[in-house]
Ligand binder design. Structure first.
Ligand SMILES: [Zn+2]
Length: 527
């Protein structure tokens, strides 16, 4: 090739390249088809690395994760999301107890085998006494005209409550077998706290909790983290009691648990004063744990904004566990962070088409009770947030036949996602685990309870081959040390999740009509 021809071809090539790198001839959808496998692997591969030590808040791995997210935001040229900073720092209180005993009218129960729980008060030595009251499901809601507490004053008492909601036992009330928020143990604790109780014991059975005692034991015997707003009450102890151990305690006092249970599925239920006091005593240590949400912004034409969220934390390490003791959380929530960042990357490329601004929230301490997202929602200007789109444990396997919007049914997101699915020859499916209250168990719920329409978007469970890797993940590897990065993943489910999240945002931007709430919500909203 002659030198001049060569130079000419280079010039042409450069012209073509520059035309393609901005996107005059490309739609957001076309761009999303070009996401590479390497791009999808990168963030997950790093966050799932053993050196990140399972990313528990306030640990070295957790701190590194925050710094990494901040670097990514800077690298992508995204604006800081909190008053000129990428970090929203918040301090949690961490409680760890030891030597706990529970005695009730002569019966002594054993910590860990019979009960587990946490003292949530800044005292080193605790000796808590309270009259024991059985409050059925401990639910108060106008939605189903249900009030288990009636007018009974449980201030300074120790309430014993069933978990789940009465719909589990009577398909005609609440949402039948679909767990409502009123059935979540977090709700039972919140209600007991509102009532001024000094302690709460949640009754554990394998069937009602959805997981066995070992799971409860493992998640309640280490340090428990709380944000301030959850500690502004009289509750000094929150924990679980094994049903068989409670039975033993009640039998010693000639009370039949089965008889107590009988009336709990009726709205006429009356709290039952057990006629004896419970003493819970033990040693307690507490400390401040500082961590950060990492937040960036892509300004659109208006200050009204859509918040994308994915939690960056996971369960950390278990020093007592033999062999592999790192909870890598590659899928929970590495792939979801990867998906969120790819959505952010493409939105940044198409920034000139954005009507709404985009906030990217890499939130923390989700595994400790959605604390980072809750803190964010409580401490940001909520009035300009029109919607939240959350990414959680994004599937990594083959292409799915369907699209899911967990929690979409509560808002106009349902019609939008159904429509998207239909236009793209996909089914709209609901997550088989939704009955277990999954909507209430990831960060979208922090938004929903403060009145912001929210959805967890994901490719569905059914892969085109018929395989159900995602469903199996939740049963087998979720919250175990086996949740590790695998270079063999097809990542087609992740690509679909990214693509349809982008199309959903694109549609909201183009129509300028944010999703609205539907009626009859099975959870209470905060004022
Ligand atoms: Zn998660």
């Amino acid at each position: 090739m002659k030198k001049s021809t060569c130079l000419f071809s280079i010039l042409i090539a450069l012209l073509i390249f520059s035309a393609c790198s901005s996107h005059p001839h490309e739609t957001l959808e076309q761009r999303s088809e070009k996401i590479s496998k390497a791009e999808m692997q990168s963030i997950t591969e790093l966050l799932g690395n053993d050196l990140y030590e399972g990313r528990a808040p306030g640990t070295r791995g957790g701190d590194l994760t925050e710094i990494y997210m901040k670097s990514l935001f800077k690298f992508m040229d995204l604006q800081p999301g909190v008053n000129g900073s990428y970090f929203q720092t918040f301090v949690m209180k961490g409680f760890t107890n030891s030597g706990v005993t529970l005695t009730a009218n002569g019966t002594e129960l054993n910590y860990i085998d019979d009960i587990v729980g946490t003292f949530t008060v800044e005292e080193e030595s605790i000796d808590l006494n309270g009259e024991a009251v059985f409050v059925g499901f401990g639910i108060t809601t106008d939605i189903w005209e249900w009030d288990d507490y009636k007018n009974v004053d449980v201030k300074d008492k120790i309430v014993i409550t069933r978990v789940n909601d009465p719909g589990m036992y009577n398909a005609d009330i609440f949402e039948g077998s679909i767990l409502t928020y009123f059935g979540r143990w977090t709700y039972h604790i919140e209600e007991a706290a509102r009532r001024g109780a000094a302690g709460i014991l949640l009754i554990h059975t394998d069937q009602t909790a959805g997981y066995d005692w070992n799971v409860v034991k493992n998640s309640w015997t280490g340090e428990e983290l709380y944000i301030d707003s959850d500690l502004q009450n009289n509750l000094k102890f929150r924990g679980w009691i094994k049903e068989s151990s409670l039975r033993k305690m009640l039998n010693a006092n000639n009370i039949s648990l089965d008889e107590l249970y009988e009336s709990t599925t009726s709205a006429d239920f009356q709290p039952f004063d057990l006629g004896f006091a419970i003493n819970i005593a033990g040693k307690n240590s507490y400390r401040d744990v500082t961590n950060r949400n990492v937040i960036a912004e892509i300004p659109g034409k208006t200050k009204e904004r859509i918040v994308l969220s994915a939690h960056i934390d996971h369960l950390g390490m278990d020093p007592l566990k033999e062999g592999d003791n790192i909870y890598n959380g590659a899928i929970d929530n590495g792939t979801a962070v990867g998906a969120m960042m790819l959505v952010a990357k493409l939105l940044k490329e198409f920034q000139d088409e954005l009507y709404y601004s985009i906030t990217i929230l890499a939130c923390n301490a989700e595994e400790s009770g959605l604390l980072g997202s809750k803190y964010f929602v409580q401490n940001t200007d909520r009035s300009n947030i029109i919607a939240n789109i959350n990414f959680e444990s994004t599937p990594v396997w083959d292409k799915s036949k369907s699209l899911m919007g967990i929690g979409a049914r509560f808002t106009g997101f349902e019609e939008m996602i159904k429509d998207l699915a239909q236009k793209n020859n996909l089914e709209y499916s609901s997550f088989s685990l939704s009955n277990q209250g999954l909507f209430y168990r990831s960060d979208q719920f922090s938004f929903a309870r403060y009145g912001i329409p929210a959805v967890w978007i994901s490719a569905g469970e059914d892969e085109i081959s018929g395989a159900k890797n995602y469903t199996e993940f939740w049963g087998k590897d979720y919250h175990t040390v086996r949740d590790e990065f695998n270079p063999e993943w097809e990542l087609e489910g992740m690509k679909q999740t990214v693509k349809y999240a982008l199309l959903l945002i694109d549609q909201i931007n183009k129509t300028k009509s944010p999703p609205e709430w539907k009626s009859n919500l099975p959870f209470p909203m905060e004022e």
